[in-house]
Design a protein around this ligand. Structure first.
Ligand code: SAH
Ligand code: SF4
Ligand code: F3S
Length: 450
């Protein structure tokens, strides 16, 4: 007698960073053998998972408002004689699991980022309407060992988590509390997963970690990158997010030497005033960051720099803020993310004096974003007229169009047959806007070195 797993509909909504995107994929992998197939609609799903983010207050609020809607869908399904299991995963689950259960009775279970391998068990328990609704403990090694070996990547690019957690304790940030201590996966496990991805047609991996360049497996991140560059079929390697403090000589050298390592680096600085950086517990100064970027550019002159910024950290004066603008002017970023400081309960900065009024934060954010956006336009404009290798990733919005990425992580739109998806082609860049480039397949396949 053969038994096929019943088909159940699984809806996962992902908030926050790429590590959550990776985790959502792995949750789908864990649940697939139980008969759960992904759907892109929450309405009518058998299992709804919200994979949440706690980084700023707004991110957390979104989860509670989404849960309100899910609750009504669950009621509709039950009225029709069906059932919907609702799970909250991710960093809000880790940080306020008990509160979620209390505030929203429609939630059947809460599962923290290190406990996804236990999802099948938690779901079974929830179905028996008994006991354990809360699993939020820290054992990252157990998590990776227990997740199923098989991944089912759906595109030509994939995320691969190599490191989790954070020991840096920046005073504004919840991550050390929601993701636990730094943990690095063994290089062998990462290689095995990368080989599997490549065998499924993945050509580019982005190595993930809250502090990915603190990767402490054999050979450090530079060693890992060099080994991954040997995996047949993997032509492009990226990594994110890096802390300036962990940007070592070996990794800088790899940027000059490893062809597969793409010339793009997300290296958050947060602020340009040393006084603010000290209060943030960032372990770098504006000057040390500038020198570091100089070194990186000496190894790889064309590298696209990216960063994160916080405006309105407690005590930030107008002069402090101007130091951030000054630093940005000196670096010339290709892209960046900037945020208003959000007060997170339990973090040291939440209790600091000199909280900055919201109007001031708004005004500073607008000025910073105007400058960053100017720099992004300038960076993209400088690509026009060049021929760059583009990894063709997926169909574009218009018929006959495909979208890919340049080595500098710019989105590139061009007319090309869909059969070319998955290939790296020379593309003449014809025009640029702030968010993307337009190009055409180059008649001559010869590439300038990228
Ligand atoms: N580990 C990464 C990023 C973690 S969170 C790193 O250190 O770079 C992503 C970004 O969110 C941070 O870089 C920071 O700019 C922003 N962020 C974190 N906590 C914040 C807070 N309380 N308010 C506003 N922005 C915050
Ligand atoms: Fe948060 Fe700082 Fe750790 Fe990044 S390095 S995750 S900002 S504590
Ligand atoms: Fe958010 Fe957690 Fe990532 S708080 S940014 S989902 S590590």
């Amino acid at each position: 007698m053969t038994e096929t797993a019943p088909s159940r509909r699984l809806y996962i909504k992902t908030y926050g960073c790429q590590m959550n995107v990776y985790d959502s994929e792995r949750m789908a992998d864990v649940l697939r053998p139980l008969g759960y197939a992904l759907t892109d609609e929450a309405e009518g799903a058998d299992l709804v998972v919200l994979n949440t983010c706690h980084i700023r207050e707004k991110a957390t609020e979104k989860v509670y408002s989404e849960l309100g809607q899910i609750k009504r869908m669950k009621a509709r399904k039950e009225a029709a004689g069906g059932a919907m299991t609702v799970a909250v995963a991710g960093c809000v689950a880790q940080a306020e699991g008990a509160e979620i259960m209390a505030r929203q009775p429609a939630v059947d279970l809460v599962v923290g980022p290190q406990a996804y391998h236990r999802l099948p068990e938690l779901i079974a328990r929830a179905h028996r309407a008994s006991g354990e609704r809360l699993a939020a403990d820290f054992t990252a090694d157990e998590k990776f060992d227990a997740l199923p070996g098989e991944r089912a990547p759906t595109g030509v690019t994939a995320f691969l988590t190599v490191q989790e957690g954070c020991d840096k304790f920046c005073t504004f940030c919840v991550v050390p509390y929601t993701r636990g201590a730094e943990y690095s996966r063994p290089a062998e496990a990462v290689l095995a997963e990368a080989e599997q991805l490549a065998a499924h047609g993945v050509r580019e991996v982005t190595l993930l970690g809250q502090n990915v360049n603190a990767y402490a497996g054999e050979g450090g991140l530079a060693g890992l990158v060099r080994r991954l560059a040997q995996v047949p079929g993997l032509d492009r390697i990226r990594y994110t997010t890096s802390h300036p403090h962990d940007m070592d000589e070996a990794l800088i050298a790899a940027h000059g030497e490893v062809e597969a390592l793409m010339p793009y680096l997300h290296l958050p600085v947060q602020a340009g005033s040393d006084r603010v950086l000290r209060a943030m517990n960032r372990a770098h100064t504006a000057e040390s960051y500038l020198r570091l970027v100089e070194k990186i550019r000496a190894a790889r002159p064309d590298i696209a720099m990216s960063g994160d910024f916080i405006v309105g950290f407690p005590g930030e004066s107008e002069r402090d803020f101007e130091a951030t603008l000054q630093l940005v002017s000196e670096i010339r970023y290709a892209s960046a993310f900037s945020f208003k400081y959000s007060r997170r309960p339990g973090t040291p900065a939440a209790a600091m004096p000199g909280q900055v009024p919201d109007e001031v934060k708004d005004e500073r954010l607008a000025r910073l974003q105007a400058l960053l956006s100017q720099q992004q336009v300038a960076f993209n404009d400088a690509t026009v007229g060049r021929t760059v290798p583009v990894l063709l990733e997926k169909p574009g919005r218009h018929p006959g169009q495909v979208v890919g990425r340049s080595p500098y992580l710019q989105a590139v739109h061009l007319d090309a047959p869909e059969s070319l998806i998955g290939e790296i082609r020379a593309v003449d860049i014809l025009a640029a806007s702030r968010g993307s480039l337009a190009g055409a397949l180059s008649p001559s396949p010869r590439l300038e070195p990228a």
